[in-house]
Ligand binder design. Structure first.
Ligand SMILES: Nc1ncnc2c1ncn2[C@@H]1O[C@H](COP(=O)(O)OP(=O)(O)O)[C@@H](O)[C@H]1O
Ligand SMILES: [Mg+2]
Length: 370
């Protein structure tokens, strides 16, 4: 019973009961909230002080249901508020006779029209968003399947050429392996994107030392094909080396592998600098990756974190799926961090900043390993 009266009080409808002289005998909490009048100001007053505009029609309607113990719904009314700003509503009314006492009760419920209007606008917006998402999904599937086919063709072609003896086995294997790696990377990226988009990418957060991850990534890149001609340098201080962040080690490694890998990939020959910096006051850990490559064309810059962006000029075949930065941003955002970029005029190349929140040094000691 308690629950029912709470529900009636809070339901977003102005509910009241009237006596036969149209005087208010009871109201729900929402009635007072919506009109700004308190209970005392309303009880015993004529309903037509609150429901204004076309009151004659209203009066005859209520009179007719009163005589027949009937009900009506959907009558347009204007609700008068204490602050003078009236609002439109839709009224439903019912009259019924109490069996024992024979007293006739009249009950009114008014819904604010704006609520209906809002609900309709909201539903329309949701609908539009669904249509938009659906067409984005279609586009994604179309591009992804095209991209997936791209490495398959050369794999088949090379295998065929090697089989016919037209190219050496070694040449074929090298290229097949390269394309197969590209295909695996692409398949993984597509899987990540679909997990990000349907919210099923899971994170395992744990206290981790970021500068260790940076070192791991740089070492891996140094010995890879991408980093062979790159002069990598890591700039950290004692504080940055000792700071631990709450993060998913594997996923942040993936982000750094992409961002530092991009810097190497689009620099070809030159310098890639990784600076780790902590701001204790703002509790943030910045990883700044800058390169001496060609930078990013101004026309592409605002679109860098979208899917399938691979349009940095003059890089020919170098690009990958163009999903790396989209995935990187999603991962960093899931860490309550941020990622942004700019062209560094002084160094000529691009600069990416990955910003992660971190734990204060006092609580940074790693758990003793056993
Ligand atoms: N450091 C950089 N310098 C120049 N262009 C870059 C750099 N990093 C990223 N880009 C551009 O952004 C595009 C998207 O990067 P990303 O999403 O990682 O895709 P991918 O590496 O698969 O091409 C790249 O193809 C390249 O055109
Ligand atoms: Mg990349």
């Amino acid at each position: 019973m308690q629950k029912t009266s709470e529900l009636i009080d809070n339901i977003p409808l102005l509910i009241c009961t009237l006596d036969l002289d149209y005087k208010i005998t009871d109201i729900n909490g929402y009635f007072a909230k919506a009109t700004g009048f308190n209970r005392e100001e309303l009880i015993g007053k004529s309903i037509f002080k609150t429901l204004v505009g076309r009151t004659e029609l209203l009066e005859t309607t209520i009179a007719s249901i009163k005589s027949r113990s009937d009900s009506v719904s959907e009558i347009d009314v204007v609700v008068h508020k204490k602050d003078g700003v009236d609002f439109p509503g839709i009224l439903g009314a019912a009259a019924w006779q109490e069996k024992e006492s024979g007293i006739t009760n009249i009950g009114l419920a008014v819904m604010e029209s704006t609520r209906l209007e809002n609900a309709r606008t909201e539903a329309e917006a949701t609908n539009k968003e669904l249509v938009r998402k659906e067409s984005l999904k279609d586009e994604f599937i179309a591009i992804a399947s095209h991209e997936l086919r791209t490495p398959i063709q050369p794999i088949l072609g090379l295998a065929l050429l090697a089989k016919k003896g037209q190219i050496s086995q070694e040449e074929a294997w090298d290229s097949v392996l390269k394309e197969a790696r590209r295909l695996t990377q692409l398949a993984n990226d597509i899987l990540d994107v679909s997990r990000i988009e349907n919210g099923t990418l899971k994170y395992n957060f744990a206290k981790s030392n970021v500068s260790e991850i940076i070192e791991y990534v740089v070492n891996a890149l140094k010995t890879s094909e991408l980093g062979r001609e790159i002069d990598f340098s890591i700039i950290t201080d004692e504080r940055a080396r000792k700071t631990y962040c709450q993060l998913d080690r594997q996923r942040i490694t993936q982000v750094l592998m992409n961002v530092i890998g991009n810097a190497a990939k689009f620099t070809i020959k030159g310098r890639v600098e990784i600076m780790a910096r902590v701001d204790t006051e703002k509790s943030r850990y910045d990883i700044i990756v800058s390169d001496t490559g060609g930078g990013i064309p101004a026309s592409v810059l605002p679109h860098m974190f979208k899917k399938f962006i691979t349009r940095s000029v003059g890089e020919g075949e170098k690009h990958g799926s163009g999903l790396g930065l989209f995935i990187s941003r999603a991962i960093v955002t899931a860490h309550n961090g941020a990622i942004y970029l700019y062209n560094d005029d002084e160094k000529r190349g691009a600069t990416f900043v990955i910003r992660l929140p971190f734990e204060q040094p006092s609580s940074q000691a790693p758990a003793p390993s056993d």
